[in-house]
Design a protein around this ligand. Structure first.
Ligand code: C5P
Length: 228
C-alpha cells in the first residue's frame, strides 16, 4: 500500500485497570505528535451522566440513550486533557471510585458500546492516533498497525492506585482497592460484548516488573518497526 492510500495509523493500548496504559498512551501520543483517545473516559462520562440523572444502571435503554446524546468535549491546556460535560469540567468527578465501578457496569451494556463506537472512531485523524481502553485493538480499530496489550498483576495495580490516592491525600484501604480491581477485571473480562482480551495480533507487555520508561521504549520500537 503506498503512502497516499495508507489509512491514518492508530496505536492501540488495551489492558486492565491500573496497568499503566493511560500514562503510556499519553507519553506515546506526545512523542509521536498523535492525537489521544482515552476511551474509558467515554464510559466514565456515561456512568456519571447516569448517576447524576438517577438512572438505574440496569435500565439498558436509558443508558444507551444517555450514551448516544452525551454533551461532552475534551479540552487540552498545558498538555493536560480535561473532560467537559454540559459545559462543566468533570475531570475529577469521573475518576471517583463510585464512577469507576458504575462505568464498568455501564460498559457491559451492548447498546451503550454501540452508541459510543462511531464517536471513538471519529478521533482518528492525521498524523495518527493513540487509543487506550479495553477493546481498541479488537473492536474499535481492528486494522491498527500497532496493538499493545499492557498488563500487570492485580496486586501491583492495586499498589499503584493506592500510592496515587495517598499522594492526593485520599485515605483508602489497599484491600478494598484490590477487591475493586478484581471485581472490575472480572466484569471486563467476562462480559459478552467486547470483553477485555488481547487482539490476536497484539503484543502483550507485562508492566509488573518493568518501569514506565521500559514500556515506553518497547512501544516506540514497535511503532518504528510497523509504522516507520
Ligand atoms: O480505562 P478506564 O478505567 O478509565 O475505564 C473505565 C471503565 O470503562 C472500565 O472499567 C471498563 O469497564 C470500561 N471500558 C471499556 N472499554 C473501553 C474502555 C473502558 O469497557 N474501551
Amino acid at each position: 500500500m503506498n503512502q497516499a492510500t495508507s489509512p491514518t495509523p492508530v496505536v492501540t493500548i488495551d489492558g486492565p485497570s491500573g496497568s499503566g496504559k493511560g500514562t503510556i498512551a499519553k507519553l506515546v501520543a506526545d512523542k509521536l505528535g498523535y492525537a489521544l483517545l482515552d476511551s474509558g473516559a467515554l464510559y466514565r462520562l456515561t456512568a456519571l451522566a447516569a448517576l447524576n440523572a438517577g438512572v438505574d444502571l440496569s435500565d439498558e435503554a436509558r443508558l444507551a440513550e444517555l450514551a448516544a446524546n452525551l454533551d461532552i468535549r475534551f479540552d487540552i491546556a498545558n498538555g493536560e486533557v480535561s473532560a467537559v460535560m454540559g459545559g462543566e469540567d468533570v475531570s475529577r468527578d469521573i475518576r471517583m471510585e463510585r464512577v469507576s465501578m458504575a462505568a464498568s457496569k455501564v460498559a457491559a451494556v451492548p447498546a451503550v458500546r454501540q452508541a459510543l463506537l462511531q464517536r471513538q472512531r471519529d478521533f482518528r485523524a492525521a498524523p495518527g492516533l493513540v487509543a487506550d481502553g479495553r477493546d481498541m485493538g479488537t473492536t474499535v480499530f481492528p486494522d491498527a498497525p500497532v496493538k499493545i496489550f499492557l498488563t500487570a498483576s492485580a496486586e501491583e495495580r492495586a499498589r499503584r492506585r493506592f500510592a496515587q490516592l495517598q499522594g492526593r491525600g485520599v485515605s483508602v484501604s489497599l484491600r478494598d482497592l484490590l477487591e475493586d480491581i478484581r471485581a472490575r477485571d472480572d466484569r471486563d473480562m467476562n462480559r459478552a460484548a467486547s470483553p477485555l482480551a488481547p487482539a490476536e495480533d497484539a503484543v502483550v507487555l507485562d508492566s509488573t516488573d518493568i518501569d514506565i520508561d521500559g514500556v515506553l521504549t518497547k512501544v516506540l520500537e514497535l511503532v518504528h518497526q510497523r509504522i516507520g
